[in-house]
Design a protein. Sequence first.
Length: 119
Amino acid sequence: MMRAIGIARLVVSASLAIVLISAAAGVLHASPLPQKSAQDVYLDKCSVCHAKDGSGNTAKGKKVKAKDLRSAEIQKMTDAELIKDVGQGKGKDMDGFEKELGADMVKQLVAYCRALAKP
């Protein structure tokens, strides 16, 4: 009987060790968090100044003189120029977002801003 309990403990200990080693080795994966869409990121990070519709018509937007993203002035800029501004920031009032969000999301944000200008 004691021998059976000892064997059971050994099996449980070995099983636990396998689970812990597998987890440490990355064999067991947690479900990845769903990636936010460009619209979600825009609403979270950009709309406080640029407004939901891109107009810049918010209290903070008016204070910092945020550009209307739908305007011809902004829309005539190249994607490269917009990517640079969103990624690296613009002036003292607009932080850059490339380090936080990554280059791919910055490109997606530029595409989303282009879509705001379309009726």
